[in-house]
Design a protein around this ligand. Structure first.
Ligand SMILES: *[C@@H]1O[C@H](CO)[C@@H](O)[C@H](O)[C@H]1NC(C)=O
Ligand SMILES: *[C@@H]1O[C@H](CO)[C@@H](O)[C@H](O)[C@H]1NC(C)=O
Ligand SMILES: *[C@@H]1O[C@H](CO)[C@@H](O)[C@H](O)[C@H]1NC(C)=O
Ligand SMILES: *[C@@H]1O[C@H](CO)[C@@H](O)[C@H](O)[C@H]1NC(C)=O
Ligand SMILES: *[C@@H]1O[C@H](CO)[C@@H](O)[C@H](O)[C@H]1NC(C)=O
Ligand SMILES: *[C@@H]1O[C@H](CO)[C@@H](O)[C@H](O)[C@H]1NC(C)=O
Ligand SMILES: *[C@@H]1O[C@H](CO)[C@@H](O)[C@H](O)[C@H]1NC(C)=O
Ligand SMILES: *[C@@H]1O[C@H](CO)[C@@H](O)[C@H](O)[C@H]1NC(C)=O
Ligand SMILES: *[C@@H]1O[C@H](CO)[C@@H](O)[C@H](O)[C@H]1NC(C)=O
Ligand SMILES: *[C@@H]1O[C@H](CO)[C@@H](O)[C@H](O)[C@H]1NC(C)=O
Ligand SMILES: *[C@@H]1O[C@H](CO)[C@@H](O)[C@H](O)[C@H]1NC(C)=O
Ligand SMILES: *[C@@H]1O[C@H](CO)[C@@H](O)[C@H](O)[C@H]1NC(C)=O
Length: 164
């Protein structure tokens, strides 16, 4: 029996700041919160409430700069998959112009009957409007692989992102 067929797994992430894709509990101004729910047939595998701010590094002629980009409420869409062939669940968030952020959740390596964050991948585009004087224009991506045990939540549990 596939446990996931009978289990509703909830992940709640509140005001999570991904600072260069690292969770940070110091949130200067709370980013707007979105709800993300991934359902496959009658199985819901991801429920996440998150305000996400990304700190994105770029370069100009003279400096290494960082710009904070908040995932907006307007114009943001998402999709996802439950129980992919490798056993992971996935959430894709699409925002701005062809930006996307993918979360991959896997069975926890440290707790039974739990998921944890495995990977977060950000695809983004450096342009002049968001990144003043940028010289590294174009498509970029950032991938963060989490240490085992990061943000583990029980299949039916919830998680609040309030840690570093
Ligand atoms: C997210 O869900 C909560 C609880 O269901 C609801 O109160 C809130 O308005 C929702 N937020 C958005 C942006 O839809
Ligand atoms: C989910 O759907 C499958 C087939 O569509 C069904 O066999 C199963 O009983 C359903 N599970 C629940 C919890 O409704
Ligand atoms: C930007 O950072 C890179 C790598 O840390 C460094 O090699 C480079 O000198 C820095 N550039 C400037 C302009 O500070
Ligand atoms: C970006 O956010 C960091 C905190 O994560 C803050 O210290 C910094 O001042 C912000 N930068 C800008 C330009 O708002
Ligand atoms: C989002 O869109 C709605 C309707 O188009 C608009 O009223 C609202 O001002 C927009 N909010 C932001 C933050 O742009
Ligand atoms: C994940 O855990 C569930 C329940 O414990 C199990 O049925 C499933 O086979 C595991 N998936 C993988 C890829 O290990
Ligand atoms: C995310 O963006 C990358 C690069 O633009 C693209 O190759 C990929 O298909 C996008 N993924 C999704 C789920 O939209
Ligand atoms: C993390 O977990 C995976 C699979 O559960 C295991 O293969 C790997 O050795 C673990 N890595 C560390 C550093 O413990
Ligand atoms: C996890 O499950 C295995 C096999 O069912 C069991 O041997 C082990 O003690 C469990 N670990 C914890 C921490 O509950
Ligand atoms: C961009 O470059 C111009 C000309 O060098 C400069 O005046 C301006 O302050 C720079 N803007 C930023 C945000 O660095
Ligand atoms: C991510 O960026 C690297 C170069 O930094 C590139 O080789 C790779 O193809 C990119 N991956 C995607 C999915 O765009
Ligand atoms: C989640 O499942 C565990 C073990 O199956 C149970 O002890 C706990 O009460 C459940 N929590 C919720 C919120 O349903």
């Amino acid at each position: 029996m596939d446990l996931r067929k009978s289990v509703l797994w909830t992940l709640t992430t509140v005001l999570c700041e991904l600072s260069a894709l690292k969770c940070d509990n110091v949130v200067p101004r709370a980013p707007p919160t979105n709800n993300y729910t991934v359902t496959d047939g009658n199985v819901t595998c991801v429920v996440m409430t998150a305000g996400i701010r990304l700190a994105i590094p770029y370069v100009t002629d003279t400096k290494n700069e960082t710009v904070n980009i908040t995932i907006p409420q307007n114009g943001t869409t998402y999709s996802g998959m439950c129980s992919k062939p490798d056993g992971t669940n996935q959430l894709n968030i699409n925002f701005l112009d062809n930006w996307n952020l993918t979360f991959i959740f896997a069975n926890s390596s440290t707790l039974n009957n739990s998921y944890e964050w495995q990977l977060v991948i950000l695809n983004y585009i450096i342009d002049k409007s968001y990144f003043p004087n940028a010289t590294n224009l174009g498509k970029h991506n950032l991938t963060l692989t989490f240490p085992n045990g990061t943000n583990a939540a029980q299949f039916n549990g919830s998680y609040r992102c309030d840690r570093t």
